[in-house]
Every structure is written in C-alpha cells, then in structure tokens.
Design a binder for this molecule. Sequence first.
Ligand SMILES: [Zn+2]
Length: 304
Amino acid sequence: MPGKNISNAARLSPDEIILRDELIADVRTLGADIGERNMSRYPRLKMAADFIESSVAQAGLRPRRDSYEINGLACDNIEAEILGTDPRIIVIGAHYDSVFGAPGANDNGSGVAAVLALARRFARKQPTQTLRFVAFVNEEPPYFQTPQMGSFVYAGHCKARGDQITAMISLETIGYFSDVPHSQRYPSPGLGAFYPTTGNFIGFLGNMRSRALLRRTMSIFREQAELPSEGAALPSFIPGVSWSDHWSFWEHGYPGIMVTDTAPFRYRHYHEPTDTPDKLDYDRFALVVSGMEKVIVDLVGVSH
Ligand SMILES: [Zn+2]
C-alpha cells in the first residue's frame, strides 16, 4: 500500500499513544542519554544493562542476568521470564549494544524499547506457554555471528538446559519509515520486482525452517495492524536474512524470525553517528509494537 499515510497521531488508539510515549522515552534514554554502548564504551554498556534491568523490575518482573566474560569483563544478557503452564518457551529479544561510533537509537534502541514495552504489557498476564523477554549484549561486530555474540551464548545455555524454544522473535531496528518513492532497497535487485520500493512497511524474515512461524506471525500481524507488512522465508545466505540475534537460535536448532524496518536497505543513518532518536517515526513504530503484542498473545495463548 504505497503512500498510505499514517504519520499522524489520529490513527493511534489511546493505548497506542501511551505506548508511543514509552517508546520515545526509552529510545531517548538509550540513544541520547546513554549513547554509544559497547565493549569500547564499557561503562555505557553497563549503564544500558542497568537501565534495562531496572525497567524490567519496575514492570513487576524479576530480571536475571545471563553472564559471560570477554577479556575479564562481564557481559550480560538480561532476561525476564513469565512462566506458563506449558513448558514450551517463546523468546522475544533485542540487542542493546550499539556499533562502534554510533549511538544506536534505531539500531537497536528501538528493539530494546519494544521489548521493554511488551514486557510491561505482559507482566500481569498469565500466558499458557512460557514467555521470555531478553536483551542481548554484543550483537555488533566484532562479536557478530561469533561464539562471543551475546545471543549465541544465551541460545547455547538454552540448548544445554534442554529448553523447548518454539519461537524466537528478534526485534531488530524497527523504527524508521519513509513515504519517499524508491526509499526501499534490497540485497538483490530481483527482490525489488516483488516487494515495495517505498520504505513504509515493516518486514518479517525467516529461514526456510522457520517458515511456519513466519507465516503465522505475519497473518496475525496483518489481521490486527494498520501498518503495511512484507515478509519472506528465504535461504539464510541472502545478505541481511541472518543479520541479527535470531541467527544464534538457528545455529542451536531453534526456529526464529526477525522483525525489521530492513535497516541498511532503507535507513541511511544505519551504523552512523547520526543514528539518533529524532530520526524515528514513533507513530508507525508504535503500530509495529502494538501489532506484535497481538502476535505474542496468539503465539503464547493468554488466559487473562
Ligand atoms: Zn542491530
């Protein structure tokens, strides 16, 4: 639906306006007050971890640090679990580090703000399946797709415990939209023939093994959400398909998908010092998150 204009607040419900304001506040904390946060800005990485932990606790959940060391420095994944009556687990995750030289408002302050907002909304619900919200450390280079990537360590711990993870959803750079023609690019030119060339949609990506999860997620999202969405299950060798924490779960045999605004294929501030909070479209970002709330309700089953 190119040109569909939803950039005004009128299309947001009262709940979505509250949600949008939470997203604005949390992206500002991560992408402006804290700013660049990674192993070369270690005190800032710790500040981000503390912020996430206290936000989760304020939501009424009990945060737990899943930690490991790099060069003697503690690296913390932060998780909060809502136990279901069913031992199967759904993981909703986002990385909280930023790439060197960038404040990471969209990549991935947006994903973390979404995880926090969703954690608040599920904190008082009783899911059937177990639900875990996780903020991952060290997604960006030089740890990207290595055994020191935070989500890889985390997924390894899950595997070792025999956790039955039926779905992992990675929220990766989800706050930038454009109505400008040809604002959307693709890793291979052929894809542009099948998908929109205006960057006003949210994307869903999975590998072939995660096709069923991808289809279900997209069909629920499309029933509920006012935002256009596109998605595909693609071979993981296509550039971009594996570029986030869902990859770590694939590597451990779990199904996973990524929700993304397509990051480098749309957002010119990707991995730049200019990835600041003012670049995001918070109305559409809120529609992504409220749509995902409904997806998660369906995936886990909620009794009240
Ligand atoms: Zn990222």
